[in-house]
Design a protein around this ligand. Structure first.
Ligand code: AMP
Ligand code: MG
Length: 412
């Protein structure tokens, strides 16, 4: 298999994963989930024409040439139902959110009036019909689909769900994700420090990347570079919707992950992508479980997660926007790369009058996790652009946040 472009590999991954089923959850649990049903308004809102201001409900035809004195026939508060129909020369004192009484067609804000007594008021400005009146059904009309299936549940959406009295709703199920680290050199977080070993960081960095998508993964631990032990762990992992294995996917003689995965009937779709970091990335599927063989280098596995795993997980839970948000920044310094692959450079972003400025977070070796930990984003170097000068425009993929976009947003 040849080295795939990032976009091609993304397409293969997205064609191989499927939308999961639905489940019912409560409103309180719903933030960040995706609706798998249409939500319909169960009434008109507001249920009647209401005042948008504290003031006086009037007949606009009465105050064509102000000032005009009107007699006050009723006091209407929010929650009251008006009893009196406004006749010529009359008005009602009305509060924000209160129903506009029959006969009135406009509200004059209290600031545009002058109180004469408890029962009369002088109106100082003309009022057009409809002024400061929120018409019945302005927010939503009974029977209207207000939130279509596929809507991501944000705080605003939760407000709409509460408005439509949905205390429970159908959403797409979250993927069940298992994470496995591999390598004889690895030391788990619970083991005493052995200076000859390498602490397992991938399990936890990947865990957090999964958690950032609203999914609680299962940590399988560390498998040694031993085909028998690895097979047992991989079998466990194939019980999940997605299995993330890091390490052992390359071409070393003790890189058993790919052959063992294949032995377990995972159909391999690709195992090399033209990118840096992240080149030895393997992907396959059993139909039920999507399996990623992520590179062992801590930065590589995180960068591959962002490009391939995150979009796949978001697609599985019904999101329409799959990709991290990108923005345009200026380079703070020149950048040089080896052409022929898409390169992701860890950068920090600052802002000046001209916009965002991107600067490298330090050494870009795929083993140096600190420069990833300090990064706000990944600057994407297209693979036919070997060098860029300071001040040139670049695309930066943001690494944090909960907002995503509907395309990758960069050129390879
Ligand atoms: P591999 O892909 O197995 O050849 O590993 C590449 C590099 O990543 C090696 O230096 C490994 O020690 C390192 N590595 C692999 N897995 C992990 C892990 N879980 N945590 C930290 N470093 C790792
Ligand atoms: Mg290894």
């Amino acid at each position: 298999m040849e080295h795939l472009k990032v976009s091609m590999a993304q397409r293969i991954v997205l064609e191989s994963v499927t939308l999961l089923g639905s489940e019912k959850i409560t409103l309180e649990q719903s933030l960040g989930r995706v609706l798998s049903e249409n939500i319909t308004a169960n009434r008109d809102l507001p249920p009647y024409d209401v005042s948008a201001m504290d003031g006086f409900a009037v007949k606009s035809s009465d105050i064509a040439s102000p000032p005009v004195t009107l007699s006050i026939v009723e006091d209407i508060r929010a929650g009251d139902m008006p009893k009196v129909t406004i006749q010529r020369g009359q008005c009602s004192r009305i509060m924000t959110g209160a129903p506009v009484p029959p006969g009135a067609d406009a509200v004059v804000p209290v600031e545009e009036t002058q109180a004469l007594s408890d029962v009369s008021v002088q109106i100082n400005h003309v009022a057009q019909s409809g002024n400061h009146v929120r018409p019945r059904g302005e927010n939503m009309k009974q029977g209207e689909v207000v939130l279509p299936c596929g809507t991501e549940i944000t705080p605003g959406v939760i407000g709409i769900l509460a408005t439509t009295k949905k205390s429970e709703m159908q959403v797409y199920r979250r993927p069940r994700v298992a994470i496995l680290s591999t390598g004889n050199e690895l030391e788990s977080i619970n083991e005493p420090v052995n200076p000859d070993k390498i602490p397992d960081s991938n399990t936890y960095a990947l865990m957090a990347q999964v958690q950032a998508l609203g999914i609680e993964p299962v940590l399988l631990g560390i498998a040694r570079d031993d085909p028998v032990e690895l097979e047992q762990y991989l079998l466990l992992g194939l019980g999940y919707d997605m299995l993330l294995v890091s390490g052992g996917t390359s071409v070393g003689v003790h890189d058993y992950v790919r052959p063992t995965i294949e032995k377990l009937n995972v159909s391999m779709k690709f195992w090399r992508v033209a990118m840096k970091p992240g080149h030895p990335l393997a992907f396959g599927t059993t139909g039920k479980t999507a399996v990623f063989g992520l590179p062992g280098n801590p930065v590589s596995s995180m960068v591959c997660f962002e490009q391939f795993v995150a979009p796949a997980l978001r697609a599985m839970m019904g999101h329409a926007r799959l990709y991290r948000r990108t923005l345009t920044a200026r380079l703070a310094h020149p950048v040089k790369i080896r052409p022929g692959r898409t390169e992701f450079i860890r950068v920090q972003l600052t802002q000046d009058e001209a916009g965002y400025l991107a600067s490298s977070t330090g050494t870009q070796s795929s083993g140096v996790l600190l420069s990833m930990a300090r990064a706000d984003g990944l600057l994407v170097m297209p693979f036919d652009v070997p060098a860029l000068a300071a001040g040139e425009q670049v695309t930066v993929q943001l690494l944090d946040g909960t907002t995503f976009q509907d395309n990758a947003g960069f050129k390879e």
